[in-house]
Design a protein around this ligand. Structure first.
Ligand SMILES: [Zn+2]
Length: 286
């Protein structure tokens, strides 16, 4: 069962978050009908957003947006304070040849940017971006955390796609070095990073997120919190109307001139909404 676990080393402030989100990513694959390389990219971005969701407070949200020159174009995932997630990939029917036996997410994404938007309930959301380092997502998120949030981190995310194209394992972990950590502990944890197996192999071997966390730590940890991630889209007809209203007057007038009802599909959950001419006209009144 999908789970996110947060813990901290007992003797030094190093925070570790680990996750198994295999079911959530498989659900996303089914909704979006992704091909394996696209599945891996979407799954990794979903996992990355869930890892970032660990410290959100009530009503807060975080979104990761990857924009690249590669064939996938754009991959987005948004997680809320309950670690509920939704996401999409702009071009889901992308599958490239393997690179060293692995799905080539880096090439499918290509050169580009990683953006993080945090809605912390303040007036304006916090928004920041960094150039992609490898397009493999884990390294890119670690780079973002260092450059934009000044948090030295290591991030590992992985998706294993089975021969029938379903998701057999998806998960990750993130290590954050908090202020006041002793140098020898940093050296120690860096050494651990080099030695531990890929996260998907651990999940395939039956490791729970807690066991992955303890494997990464290699010494005593205190477990702080557990959550159950799930795929969830809060879209409603009202929100669809709001997004049409945001297009602006002239675009809405154009839609009214066409005289047809408008079919809108949610990017995140594929739900269809029909917007009638009357509804379009009422948007013009407001
Ligand atoms: Zn939706």
């Amino acid at each position: 069962m999908d789970e996110l676990v947060k813990g901290i080393l007992k003797d030094d402030p190093i925070l570790i978050v680990s996750i198994d989100d295999t079911e959530t990513v498989e659900y996303a694959r089914k909704i979006h009908d992704t091909y394996p390389t696209a599945t891996a990219a979407l799954g990794r971005v979903i996992t990355a957003a869930l890892l970032l969701s660990f410290n959100l407070k009530e009503k807060q949200k975080v979104m990761i947006q990857i924009r690249g020159e590669g064939p996938l174009r754009e991959v987005v995932a948004e997680a809320d304070w309950l670690s509920r997630i939704r996401g999409y990939v702009k071009r889901p029917h992308i599958h490239l040849g393997l690179k060293e036996g692995k799905l080539d997410v880096g090439r499918a994404i290509g050169k580009g940017m990683l953006y993080v938007t945090k809605d912390l309930g303040l007036k304006e959301p916090y928004h920041s971006g960094v150039p992609l380092q490898t397009g493999e997502i884990g390294d890119d998120l670690a780079y973002y955390l260092l450059k934009s949030e000044q948090i030295p981190s290591a991030v590992s995310v992985g998706v294993f796609v089975d021969t029938d194209n379903s998701v057999k394992a998806s998960g990750g972990f993130m290590v954050q070095v908090l202020p006041g950590v002793r140098d020898e502990t940093i050296d120690y944890i860096e050494k651990r990073m080099e030695d531990i197996p890929p996260v998907t192999s651990m999940i395939l071997d039956g490791y729970t997120p807690e066991k992955i966390l303890r494997e990464v730590a290699g010494r005593e940890v205190e477990i702080l919190e557990r959550r159950r991630p799930e795929y969830y889209c809060p879209c409603t007809k009202d929100r669809v109307l709001d997004s049409i209203a945001a297009l602006g007057r002239s675009d809405i007038e154009e839609l009214v001139d066409k005289g047809d009802d408008l079919d809108v599909q949610c990017w995140f959950c594929k739900k269809n909404y029909r917007v009638s001419q009357e509804e379009l006209k009422s948007l013009l009144k407001d």
